[in-house]
Design a protein around this ligand. Structure first.
Ligand code: NDP
Length: 607
């Protein structure tokens, strides 16, 4: 065992048992029986937290017309769906989007410093289709939002779109073979096919603590940033905060990006932390025009594939992206085991592989913790900013200005040792038994995960014979390849409903969009009017999901709570990874490609 570890990691200078004990102690501090129930839904008294601050809604007459394909959601999923359909010759496509424009997560998340943390050359979809190369290795939000709108223009998706429109119900009419789509604009339109691209993290969540609506200062969620109040832009310079005491709750991927700007602009900033993020080197840089000019046709797909293979534990001759993501995966996946095998001239046996990966993880997280000590001057603050869990217990973050922000005199870290803030008062926040007076309170508390699909979508879906999707999926998701479900004809899902999760989410959405386009195209070419997953087809995929489900479960049970592990509670049928295919994205994409290649539409019925 030791031999394999030293072959890859060199001499181990830490005590793994001590670390494991520390990790479990830190996890236990954060475990709570209410798990997902600790958050409140942004409805009723809290619905103002999801109002669209970016657009004045325009009146329009309700629609009672019919379209061939309705795509619900105008983010990356909806844009890829609309674009691929247009490419396949479907012209009667309507995108319905609750935001005032296209962009999805990049429409809503405009907070200062918002940027993609996956390399932009892989992350921004359809770069070659639009002949565009992003300005930086990691793009900032305004460029990404502009790109989403360029995609919509490129594929003429604005023409028939319904923006600032929320779907309120979807009902299948088996006589007309049409979906009735009702919206908050009074629309009652119909569509032969519907594709749902609601986004996996679309609904902001708030902590279920008392007093939120009693706060007399200014407050908002990061996904509805109020620039009118703060001043400034995505690039920072939040000049209206210069005489304000600002508090921010949360230290996840969003907070890591906006805290440096708040620290630079606010008179005083209080960061309320429950669990620290793992924050590694970002190293963003401008795109080299010479490199951009040298790219040859097919470059983006090759780059995405190269990245996807590496972050799925596979081998590639070259690491084209070569960043924090590929670095982590190189160390923490089967790649490390392969390297050890090569160096030792034998296969790893028994528990050697798992042990090696655990040691590599400990070593990696030690470097992340050392980085905190190197950057943060106050030892107590540095200690509180160290993450004590394995790398993939929470979303890894990469940022070069986050940790230095805690060296500013006007910035205070209020570490709550896993407990969280206790109460909100008319004048501030109570944490660790002390009240912090604030003028402005920002919720960087993330998005709903682990609640039912229809609750997050915001509408019910009623299929054949009045069956609702909520009832059907209450005991757990049931789909064919994550994209269709029996009793819901001509209805497709994009996202993580039994598909494979990838680091580069738009790539997964692109694979799904291509697959759904293929299926609709088959209905057209076979002269049919409906396509539906059969019970047998659905059962086959459910069995495959169960077969591959054990991967990662034990790992996540030992993790500090968060949305990756259902806030520390097992058995949630709507959990983030419960709905993802344990066989991984490489296998999943191959299954889809083989299925199309086979051409028999196995597991579906076209009529
Ligand atoms: P997260 O869910 O990751 O973070 C929410 C934060 O709020 C956590 O730090 C959480 O603490 C904290 N919190 C919740 N309740 C309380 C409480 N009662 N008291 C104190 N703190 C509390 O949300 P984010 O918006 O940061 O990120 C969501 C996801 O969005 C990311 O995981 C990532 O996938 C994506 N994202 C992607 C980006 C990109 O570049 N592609 C950029 C930003 C986000 P605790 O950890 O203890 O639960």
């Amino acid at each position: 065992m030791q031999e394999a570890i030293e072959a890859v990691l060199g001499k181990i200078d830490f005590d793994p048992e001590e670390l494991q004990t520390k990790y479990l102690e830190e996890r236990d501090k954060r475990l709570r029986t209410d798990a997902n129930e600790q958050y409140v839904e942004v409805t009723g008294d809290f619905s103002n937290y999801v109002d669209d601050p970016y657009v004045e809604s325009q009146d329009r007459a309700p629609l009672f017309d019919d379209v061939e394909i309705a795509v619900i959601g105008g983010g990356f999923g909806g844009l890829l769906m609309g674009g691929r359909l247009k490419e396949a010759g479907f012209s009667d496509v309507r995108v319905i989007e609750k935001g005032g424009d296209f962009g999805g997560t990049w429409y809503w998340n405009r907070y200062p410093g918002a940027m993609c943390d996956v390399e932009s050359y892989c992350y921004l979809p359809m770069l070659e289709e639009l002949s565009y190369v992003p300005k930086n290795k990691y793009s900032f939000a305004p460029e990404i939002m502009e790109h989403t709108q360029n995609i919509a223009h490129h594929y003429d998706l604005y023409d028939n779109a319904c923006l600032s429109t929320s779907v309120t119900a979807l009902t299948w009419n088996d006589t007309d073979k049409r979906w009735l789509i009702e919206t908050d604009r009074g629309d009652r339109m119909t569509a032969q096919f519907v594709a749902m691209a609601n986004g996996p993290l679309n609904r902001p969540k708030l902590p279920g603590i008392s007093g939120i609506n009693d706060f007399k200062g200014h407050t908002f969620h990061t996904s509805r940033w109020d620039y009118e109040y703060t001043g400034g832009s995505n690039a920072g310079d939040l000049s209206n905060l210069k005489d304000k005491k600002v508090g921010i709750i949360g230290t996840g991927a969003t907070a890591v990006q906006c805290i440096p700007h708040l620290g630079a602009s606010a008179k005083e900033l209080y960061v309320f932390q429950r669990t620290p993020s793992s924050v590694d080197v970002r190293n963003n840089r401008e795109t080299d025009p010479e490199w951009a000019g040298s790219l040859e046709a097919g470059w983006q797909e090759r780059r995405m594939e190269n990245f996807n293979v590496l972050v799925s534990g596979g081998d590639q001759d070259e690491d084209l992206v070569a960043d924090g993501w590929t670095d982590i995966f190189r160390n923490l996946t089967g790649t490390a085991a392969k390297l050890a095998s090569r160096k030792l001239g034998r296969r790893l046996v028994g528990r050697e592989k798992g042990h090696l990966m655990k040691m590599a993880d400990y070593q990696k997280m030690n470097t992340v913790r050392d980085r905190v000590d190197d950057i943060v001057q106050d030892p107590a603050t540095a200690e509180a900013l160290k993450p004590w869990y394995r790398q993939f217990c929470k979303r890894p973050c990469f940022h070069d200005e986050y940790l230095p922000t805690f060296n500013r005199e006007n910035v205070t870290l209020v570490d709550t040792q896993g407990v969280g803030v206790q109460e909100i008062t008319p004048t501030g926040i109570i944490a660790n038994g002390k009240e912090y007076e604030l003028d402005c309170l920002i919720f960087a508390t993330g998005f709903e995960v682990g609640t039912s699909y229809t609750r997050r979508a915001g509408y019910e879906i009623v299929g054949r014979n009045g069956n609702t999707l909520s009832d059907k999926w209450a005991p757990g998701l049931r789909t064919l390849h994550g994209m269709q479900t029996n009793d819901f004809p001509n209805c497709f899902f994009l996202g993580f409903t039994q598909t494979a999760v990838t680091v580069n989410v738009p790539q997964a959405l692109n694979e799904q969009a291509k697959h759904i386009t293929y299926m609709i195209d088959q209905v057209r070419s076979q002269g049919g009017s409906t396509i539906e997953a059969t019970s047998e087809g659905e059962q086959g995929w459910v069995d495959e999901m169960v077969d591959k489900a054990t991967l990662g479960e034990r790992f996540r049970a030992e993790c500090t709570p968060g949305y990756y592990n259902n806030e520390g509670k097992t058995g949630n049928t709507n959990g983030f990874f419960t709905g993802s295919y344990g066989g991984g994205p490489l296998r999943f994409h191959r299954i889809l490609a083989d299925w199309r290649e086979n051409g028999t539409m196995q597991g579906t019925e076209i009529s």
